[in-house]
Design a protein around this ligand. Structure first.
Ligand code: AMP
Ligand code: GLY
Length: 432
C-alpha cells in the first residue's frame, strides 16, 4: 500500500514533517498546500490557503489523496476534519491526521482545556474564567493573586494571547484591552491563572484515541535575544532531548498527564486521532500543563523529526486508522539542536525579499525553510523566521557545535540568530 499524502501548511514545522514523510517507502504522490520552496522540493505545491476547505476538498478528490496531514491548528479548530467527513465526494476511508472540532477545543479554547483538566485531575495552574460582563469580578480575583499575573485570551490568538505582567495595573490594562477587542472574538472570555515558576518543556504524542506513541520531548527558545531576553517570537531554536526529562520525570508526565488526557478524551466520546502537544512547566520536578496544542510545535518539530528512527508515515496512517497497536516509534540516541535564522528587525518590523545564499554550504546540517519564497528562480526571504538549521550530534554539545560552526555560511541581508541555543541545557546540573 502506498499513500498519496496531502500536507497542509507552509512553515518550518511542515518542512520537517515533509522531510520525514518523504523518507517513507509507503509514500505515493506527495502534495503540499500551499507548502514553501523547501517543502515543494519534496512535494508538489498547490497554491492556496490551508484555511480554504473547498480547495482542500477538491484537491483530495482530484489528486486521489489517501491521507491528509494538518500542520497548523486553525483548520483543525475550524472543523476541517468534520467538513471533509460531511462531503459526499470525499472517500469515507480518507485518513486524516488531526482531531475533529471537538478534540481541537483543547487548543481552541483555554477555558475548555482548563475545565477538561479539572474534570480529569490533570495538574495545571489554578484559574478562573471571566466574560466581559464579569470584569469587576476578574479584577477582584486578580487582586487576591500574587504577581506575576497571567492573563489569557480564551481563543486562538496566533500565540500572542497570553500576557504576563509583574504589575497589577499592567495586568488590569491587559484585561481591559482583551475585553476591548485586542484579539477579537478570541477575547470574549479571559482566563486568569496562577503563575507557575519553573522550566518549560514540550512533550508530544501521536494517538489513535486509545493508544499513543511518545515522540522525543523538546524545548523551545521563545525570546529574541540571548539569555532569554527581549520580546517573544514564534521560536528562535529548539533542542531534543531535554536533560531533565529523565525516566522519573517522564514517568510522572505519562502517569499524571498523558494517560489521563487520552483516557479523558476517550471517556468523553472524543475520537481523537492525531498529535497532542503538551506544553508543560517543570516545577521542582513536578510537571504541570500550561497548554495543550492539537498539532506539533514549531520550532520543536525541526529537532524532533530528525530524532525519529522509524517510519513516521506508517505511524500516521495507523493513528488515523484508529489502531496504533502494531506500531513502535524508534528514537535515535543522537541529540538535535535547531537554530532559527531570522530577518533583522523581527519580531517587530522587518524587510522581505532578500536573496538567500549559501544553504548548500551547510551540509551535513539539515535546513528547513520557514519564511522563504522563490522569486525568478532565486530563494528569497518572505517572513520573519526564515530558516531552521538543525544538526544531529552524539550529544547536545556536539550538535550545538555543529550548528554554530556552520550557520554563518548561510546569508541574507540582516540575517540574525541567537548564539546561545542549547547552552542552558548543556549546563543543566547533572547533564553529561
Ligand atoms: P501559551 O500561549 O499558553 O503557551 O502561553 C505562552 C507562554 O506564556 C508559555 O509558553 C509560558 O512561557 C507562559 N505561561 C503561560 N501560562 C503560564 C503560567 N501559568 N505560569 C507561567 N508562565 C506561563
Ligand atoms: N513552540 C510552541 C508552539 O509551537 O506553540
Amino acid at each position: 500500500m502506498k499513500y498519496n499524502v496531502l500536507l497542509l501548511g507552509s512553515g518550518g514545522r511542515e518542512h520537517a514533517l515533509a522531510w520525514k514523510i518523504s523518507q517513507s517507502p509507503l509514500l505515493g504522490n506527495f502534495y503540499a498546500l500551499p507548502g514553501n520552496p523547501g517543502i515543494n522540493s519534496l512535494a508538489e505545491g498547490i497554491d492556496g490557503s490551508s484555511g480554504d476547505f473547498e480547495l482542500i476538498r477538491r484537491t483530495v478528490v482530484e489528486k486521489h489523496i489517501d491521507m491528509v496531514v494538518c500542520g497548523p491548528e486553525d483548520p483543525l479548530v475550524n472543523g476541517l476534519k468534520d467538513f471533509l467527513e460531511s462531503c459526499q465526494d470525499v472517500p469515507a476511508d480518507l485518513l486524516f491526521v488531526g482531531p475533529g472540532k471537538d478534540g481541537a477545543m483543547l487548543e481552541g479554547s483555554k477555558d475548555f482545556a482548563k475545565e477538561f483538566m479539572a474534570r480529569h485531575g490533570i495538574p495545571t495552574a489554578a484559574y478562573r474564567t471571566f466574560t466581559s460582563e464579569q470584569k469587576d469580578d476578574a479584577l477582584e480575583f486578580m487582586r487576591g493573586l500574587r504577581p506575576p499575573y497571567v492573563v489569557k485570551a480564551d481563543g486562538l490568538a496566533a500565540g500572542k494571547g497570553v500576557i504576563i505582567s509583574s504589575s497589577f495595573d499592567e495586568a488590569a490594562g491587559a484585561l481591559e484591552s482583551i475585553f476591548g477587542g485586542r484579539f477579537g472574538a478570541a477575547g470574549a472570555k479571559v482566563v486568569i491563572e496562577e503563575y507557575l515558576d519553573g522550566v518549560e518543556v514540550s512533550y508530544f504524542v501521536l494517538t489513535d484515541g486509545h493508544r499513543w506513541l511518545m515522540l522525543p520531548e523538546a524545548k523551545d527558545y521563545k525570546r529574541i535575544w540571548d539569555g532569554d531576553k527581549g520580546p517573544n517570537t514564534g521560536g528562535m531554536g529548539s533542542v531534543s532531548p531535554v536533560p531533565f526529562c529523565d525516566a522519573a520525570f517522564t514517568d510522572k508526565v505519562v502517569q499524571r498527564i498523558i494517560e489521563p488526557t487520552v483516557r479523558g478524551l476517550e471517556s468523553e466520546g472524543v475520537d481523537y486521532r492525531g498529535f497532542i502537544f503538551f506544553g508543560l512547566m517543570n516545577c521542582s520536578g513536578d510537571p504541570y500543563v500550561i497548554e495543550y496544542n492539537v498539532r506539533m510545535g514549531d520550532p520543536e518539530t525541526e529537532s524532533v523529526m530528525p530524532r525519529i528512527g522509524s517510519d513516521l508515515l506508517s505511524h500516521l496512517a495507523a493513528a488515523a486508522r484508529g489502531d496504533l497497536s502494531g506500531e513502535k516509534l524508534a528514537v535515535l540516541h543522537q541529540a538535535a539542536v535547531t537554530c532559527i535564522v531570522v530577518s533583522g528587525g523581527y519580531p517587530e518590523k522587518y524587510g522581505k525579499g532578500y536573496p538567500i545564499s549559501g544553504i548548500d554550504n551547510l551540509v551535513p546540517l539539515t535546513v528547513f525553510n520557514a519564511g522563504t519564497a522563490l522569486k525568478d528562480g532565486q530563494l528569497v526571504t518572505s517572513g520573519g523566521r526564515v530558516l531552521a538549521v538543525t544538526a544531529l550530534g552524539g550529544s547536545l554539545t556536539d550538535a550545538r557545535e555543529s550548528v554554530y560552526s556552520r550557520i554563518d555560511r548561510v546569508s541574507f541581508e540582516g540575517a540574525f540568530h541567537r548564539s546561545d541555543i542549547a547552552l542552558d541545557m548543556i549546563n543543566w546540573p547533572g547533564h553529561k
